[in-house]
Unconditional design. Structure first.
Length: 259
């Protein structure tokens, strides 16, 4: 049986504010090594909360979480930061590349923090630039890149330290459909070739159709789950069907792209 890379058992997250809000309610979720999973649900259903808990940025109010066998609650802030840096890669909708640095310098940033030797950095850049088609743009700065090139660089930066788990929050949200496809195909290729586990929050059923499994949540609880066992187009249709059952804000479907 494949190794479990993420395990959530009866996880509840309550935000304490003026008004107390239960964002997740006794949620169970597991991800096995090598899975490519989408998390979908209406606005406010708890997707980002779930991703923040898996990424150990936030802790649950009740319940148990283990990521790569580690329970984040048992680590102090320093060890948690180190754990994230070594084990996780992050890709966000807003592509947060450092404007002062070239693509190449942005790519190696996580390695600089870990004081990796220069020859090893060069080896990893060469391998990644090939895989991500970044060779032509390594010396450019972020403001000289298209949206797709910038997001491919951000994916590269998330991958350069060879993490076991990639966490992506709407990675195609700001991209045109061609660039979105390029990024999704890239994520899919990395998932298949390196066996990297990927968990991606998305509103976009086309993006979700690249995954092997889609978890739907509603009001912080499990709503449904779909596994891809046919063509991507059929899977896309099945995802749309569940989304229509799920309801929520009609704007959530405004970004639907046709495969
Ligand atoms: N720090 C916070 N304090 C209080 N309530 C919060 C906080 N963060 C999120 N919430 C509430 O928790 C619920 C879930 O939020 P979350 O961001 O996880 O939803 P989401 O599914 O990612 O939504 P969206 O698709 O709009 O990004 C929402 O009702 C939100 O208002």
């Amino acid at each position: 049986m494949a190794r479990k890379i993420v395990e959530l058992t009866e996880v509840t997250k309550i935000y304490e504010g003026k008004v107390m809000h239960r964002a997740l309610n006794r949620l169970d979720f597991e991800a096995e090594e090598g899975e490519f999973i989408a998390i979908m649900g209406p606005s406010g259903s708890g997707k980002t909360t779930l991703l923040n808990l898996i990424s150990t940025i936030d802790l649950p109010t009740y319940g148990r979480i283990a990521v790569n066998g580690i329970e984040p609650e048992t680590l102090n802030q320093n060890d948690l930061a180190l754990f994230r840096r070594r084990n996780l890669g992050f890709v966000f909708q807003t592509i947060n590349l450092l404007q002062m640095l070239t693509v190449e310098e942005n790519l190696v940033l996580p390695l600089t923090l870990d004081r990796v030797a220069v020859p090893e950095m060069k080896r990893r850049i060469a391998a990644l630039a090939d895989k991500l088609s970044l060779n032509e743009i390594l010396s450019r700065r972020p403001d000289e890149l298209s949206g797709g090139q910038a997001q491919r660089t951000a994916v590269g930066r998330a991958l350069i330290h060879e993490p076991e788990l990639i966490l992506a929050d709407e990675p195609t949200g700001n991209l045109d459909s061609k660039s979105a496809r390029d990024v999704l195909e890239l994520l899919s290729k990395i998932n298949k070739s390196a066996g990297t586990t990927i968990i991606m929050v998305t509103h976009d059923p086309l993006a979700a159709s690249y995954c092997d499994r889609v978890l739907f949540i509603k009001d912080g609880e499990f709503f449904n789950e779909l596994y891809k066992d046919e063509q991507r187009r059929t899977f896309f249709q099945q995802i749309l069907n569940v989304l229509s059952l799920l309801g929520g804000n009609v704007n959530d479907l405004s970004s639907v792209r046709i495969p």
